[in-house]
Design a protein around this ligand. Structure first.
Ligand SMILES: [Mn+2]
Length: 401
């Protein structure tokens, strides 16, 4: 019943309908404008690059887009951009597609499924709204930034993200002249240097002081590149691993990049991995089949009711809001392992026990413990024994990344 989890999120292939703002001008004067190429979740390397350029409050930092997908730190970088006042990004095709998958207007590739499995489903809509708010073009006092290209047929302030991110993947060709410079750039008269990413070009300073190509293949084990204005200095940090290959392989084999021990997965992550396995492999291992069957057979409502009755027998009904409730939860805290208090709370509030509700109640819960606890009904409110049957049914061949 959970195998169509992602199909349910994107029921059909509809035309792209993401409407992002065409243009954003950064007001005020900044000491420097730093523009960074396609990061694709290379969070550690990004931080190293920021140390190298000495990024500080008087600067403005602009990403060319495609900061999401493939690398292990997609959401770290997204949160950094969202929450730091002097940091901005234009929208890339990956941000557009992640938003489209959440909205149900585009189908996910493995890298969007993987990225979305790394955050609680309850956060998806909020992220889609933010991703959609990223503009096609950003202009600072030093530079103009876009993802893949500009449309010479439109003013700079009226660019369309469908064009700037080059929706269509490899089918979209960007024509170059004999010097390797895109023709669209030759057709435009712009009064500031332009920075873009999306694909690799022969050199970073494609037209010195006028056009910079900043996608230097970071996530594939290349370089992460920044250009710093007004001087136009190019600063690069190496990426020593091929995160792209590692992530694709991890996804293909049902492992989860940077996820480590499956006992630490959220339920949403566990289901996503299991779905990937059941969709991508005809031969499921016995362990995975056991776990799938077990999850499908769990009657969460019945388990939940049984646990609630036990909790009420031991602690009484949850008092109305006030000092008595404080005392009540203090007792609960002393009797229960810390990890379980949130679930007990939820059960006592009589909230529905679906996997979705559980996953949202336990963004960092240990999936094995929860399943064991549900199955055992917390007998005597003790930790379940480690030898319980379901531990044998959790897939094991997962590597730390
Ligand atoms: Mn791109």
């Amino acid at each position: 019943m959970y195998r169509n989890y992602y199909r349910a999120l994107s029921p059909c292939r509809a035309p792209f309908q993401i409407m992002s703002p065409p243009y954003q001008q950064l007001s005020g004067s900044h000491r420097r404008t730093i523009v960074v190429g396609d990061i694709h979740g290379c969070w550690d390397e990004f931080r190293r690059l920021m140390e190298l350029v000495g990024f500080c409050e008087g600067d403005v930092l602009i990403m060319v887009g495609d900061f999401l997908d493939r690398g292990p730190g997609s959401w770290e970088i997204a949160r950094f951009i969202r929450d730091t006042p002097n940091v901005f990004s234009v929208i890339g095709n990956h941000e557009r597609r992640v938003a489209g998958v959440i909205r149900g207007t585009s189908l996910p590739a493995w890298s969007q499924k993987q990225s979305l499995s790394m955050i609680p489903e309850t956060e998806h809509t909020e992220w889609a709204s933010w991703l959609e708010s990223l503009p096609a073009v950003i202009e600072s006092s030093h530079a103009i930034v876009t993802h893949a290209r500009l449309d010479p047929g439109r003013p700079l302030t009226e660019q369309d993200t469908y064009h700037t991110v080059a929706v269509g993947g490899p089918a979209v060709t960007i024509d170059l002249d004999d010097d390797g410079v895109p023709l669209w750039f030759r057709q435009m008269r712009l009064d500031k240097p332009v920075c873009m990413g999306h694909i690799g070009y022969e050199r970073v300073a494609l037209v010195p002081d006028r056009l910079y190509a900043l996608d230097t293949g970071a996530v594939g084990g290349g370089l992460l590149t920044a250009v710093v204005f007004p001087d136009g200095d190019i600063v690069q940090a190496p990426v020593l691993r091929n995160y792209h290959n590692e992530a694709r392989e991890a996804w293909r084999t049902g492992q989860h990049v940077a996820m480590g021990d499956p006992l630490t997965w959220t339920l949403a992550q566990a289901l996503t991995v299991l779905n990937a396995l059941s969709e991508g492999q005809t031969e499921l291992s016995n362990e995975v089949r056991l776990l799938l069957d077990h999850i499908a057979s769990l009657n969460l409502e019945e388990h939940g009711n049984r646990i609630r009755v036990q909790l009420e027998r031991q602690f009484g009904c949850m008092p109305a809001a006030g000092p008595a409730r404080g005392t009540f939860f203090k007792g609960l805290r002393q009797a229960l392992p810390r990890d379980w208090q949130a679930l007990a709370n939820r059960l006592l509030r009589n909230q529905a026990l679906t996997f979705e509700a559980l996953a949202s109640a336990f963004p960092s819960e240990r999936v094995g413990d929860v399943l064991r606890m549900l199955e055992a009904g917390i007998p005597g409110l003790k930790q379940p024994s480690p030898g319980h049957t379901i531990s044998a049914a959790i897939p094991t061949p997962l590597q730390e990344n």
